[in-house]
Design a protein. Sequence first.
Length: 143
Amino acid sequence: MEILLSFDKAYALEEIKSMLPSGITLNWYWVDTFVENSEDFSNKLVLDEYDVYGMKTLDRQGNSIENPEKDFIDVITRSKNNKDYSSEYKNLFDILSNGKSKINKEDLKIIGVVVSGDSNSLKVLKYKNYIKAATIGAVADKY
């Protein structure tokens, strides 16, 4: 099974790692890139997949990526000067760096994750007070 968890507030990467019980696979971090006072944020009643940014934690073979935050930061930093995507990545860079010359790991605040595991291991999430909302899905290996 796969579950998307939205948190009650933004957490640091290290906090997330310690909050999730063992036996659960962390697949993806949802990074807080929202600017609540912005016109774009205020006018959107529904967000779609193109409105959220995050870091995958598993490669295509299902192996853990050692430092997904480094890859995430590197892509944003490199891409802010790419003529095809510069405005999007420049905006992300500005939001995440808080006006500094670079984005640090500590600047990344996590507002949700996607996790997977068997039904028994995921049941332990049921009463965790840091979970604001959850959506359940299913995962299947290719046949």
